[in-house]
Design a protein around this ligand. Structure first.
Ligand code: PLP
Length: 478
């Protein structure tokens, strides 16, 4: 394809994307295809001769789009929001145009330097203290693929720090702490690194948040048994219910065990820190007081398409000490001066995408006030949904609504009825909600935060949910 043909095809692609967004609401939220549908539609091997772009683009329309579940649909309330904005897409186009795997500063100085600037902007926007900023000269931030990668990176750094402090302790004695509500990223990190894991219990009475005394008791018990907890993965906004672990207590307990790294995973909820009114609820003061690392995903509720996981550490030397492997072919004059960052030493992979560009576009285009308005809209919509549930004779709130997440179930009902209720809900194509289970209780989650979601979509979703609840209750004679 030459430049002029790219110009033509590029305009046509933008037109198709605009048409997609203009008709998004008319589409089923959840893809209706059967497993294996696509293989039946596509040829068995690479075409012998190259095909015209119009034909390929038409196949995207005809074959691929039906198999897409529309995460940008205004009635998508499943899992967590996964925002894409036109601003971030435009940033991505430019990043793709200069495609470079900027692992060293020298690979493209702007890619590294913009990431440093944008991570400082984002840290300040979220209220993280100076220690986490590049300008502190000690801490700093890095963009990762996912919160899972961020957590894995934190565990690697924490392990290396612990091993350096205790060279006589063998790896099989080390333990990663999570809670029963931690996302699977904790278990995944332990699995990948061949480490033991201990999921600390949380209680319904504490709204499924980890308490300091539970953390302390576990550490004391493990120490007596010759086991060495070296990292706690705490959560601000658990996936199931939006619980916020009691970082006030945890950080306090942590002072007695300074070798234990506290990583805070705030994958979906962390961007709410941009609004001062949510900072107390999200324990910002205590993150600032005692977390060694903090992660949130702008690619969830943060107006930026996947992938844009942001990880900050208070001491960047702990990342580079753990992860810097520099064969001769990766050495550069700039790095030898010690004046530049080579981001390959801040995460697991070597090559990396120019992720900061899309976040920079978003932060500049929305500004702080636009970003805050988006977060406030999501919280207000979740509150509206929660208030409708509270007024319903068929439904009840299960855990107190947390930011943009509402967890509910049928009023006065058993687990079987709730499973049937959710089964009926899952058959709907016009709204998409997902479920969870907490301490044996089956519930439905309603996760708000879509860029295109308006009040009418919240009200429609509630009407659907209530109608399905009523039908389930009548069917089961409850
Ligand atoms: N942590 C929490 C609290 C989450 O809700 C999620 C996503 O659901 C994750 C981590 C996983 O994020 P990622 O896909 O970026 O690893």
């Amino acid at each position: 394809m030459d430049i002029e043909e790219f110009r033509k095809q590029g305009y046509a692609a933008i037109d198709r994307i605009c048409d997609y967004y203009a008709t998004l609401e008319e589409r089923p939220v959840v893809s209706q295809v059967e497993p294996g549908y696509l293989r039946k539609l596509l040829p068995e091997s690479v075409p012998e001769e190259g095909e015209p772009m119009e034909q390929i683009a038409q196949s995207f329309q005809d074959d691929i789009l039906p198999g897409i579940t529309h995460w940008q649909h205004p009635s998508f309330f499943a899992y967590f929001p996964s925002n894409a904005t036109f601003e971030s897409m435009l940033g991505e186009m430019y990043a793709t145009c200069v495609n470079n795997p900027g692992f060293n500063w020298t690979c493209s100085p702007a890619a590294t330097e913009l990431e440093g600037v944008v991570m400082d902007w984002a840290a300040k926007m979220l209220g993280l203290q100076e220690d986490f900023l590049h300008t502190s000269g000690k801490g700093g931030g890095v963009m990762q693929t996912t919160a899972s990668d961020s957590a894995l990176t934190a565990v690697v750094a924490a392990r290396s720090r612990y091993q350096r402090a205790h060279p006589d302790i063998s790896l099989d004695k080390l333990v990663v702490y999570t809670t029963t509500q931690t996302h699977s990223l904790g278990a995944k990190a332990a699995l990948v690194l061949g480490l033991s894991i201990r999921a600390l219990p949380v209680e319904a009475d504490d709204q499924y948040a980890l308490r300091g005394e539970v953390f302390k008791a576990a550490v004391e018990e493990d120490k007596l048994k010759g086991r060495h907890p070296f990292i706690l993965i705490a959560t601000v906004g658990t996936t199931s219910s939006g619980a916020v672990d009691r970082l006030d207590e945890i950080v306090d307990v942590g002072k007695d065990y300074p070798d234990i790294w506290i990583h805070v995973d705030a994958a979906w909820a962390g961007v709410a820190l941009a609004c001062p009114e949510f900072r107390e609820q999200a324990m910002l003061e205590h993150i600032n007081a005692g977390a060694h690392s903090f992660c949130t995903n702008f690619h969830k509720w943060g107006l930026t398409h996947f992938d844009a996981s942001t990880l900050w550490v208070r001491n960047r030397a702990l990342l580079t000490t753990a992860l810097d492997i520099t064969p001769e072919f990766l050495r550069t004059k700039a790095a030898d001066t010690g004046l530049v960052i080579d981001y390959r030493n801040w995460h697991l992979a070597l090559g990396r995408r120019f992720r900061s560009l899309k976040l920079w576009f978003v932060l500049r285009a929305y500004g702080l006030s636009g970003f805050q308005a988006h977060i406030r809209k999501g919280v207000a919509q979740a509150q509206l949904f929660a208030s409708l549930i509270q007024q319903s004779p068929y439904l009840q709130i299960f855990t107190p609504p947390s930011l943009s997440l509402v967890v509910f179930r049928l009023r006065d009902s058993d687990e079987a009825a709730n499973r049937v209720f959710f089964g009926h809900l899952a058959d709907r194509a016009d709204v998409y909600l997902t479920h969870t289970e907490m301490n044996g209780k089956f519930c439905v989650r309603f996760a708000v935060g879509g860029v295109h979601t308006e009040e009418k979509h919240i009200r429609h979703a509630f009407e659907v949910v209530e109608e399905v609840a009523k039908r389930t209750i009548e069917e089961r004679g409850l």
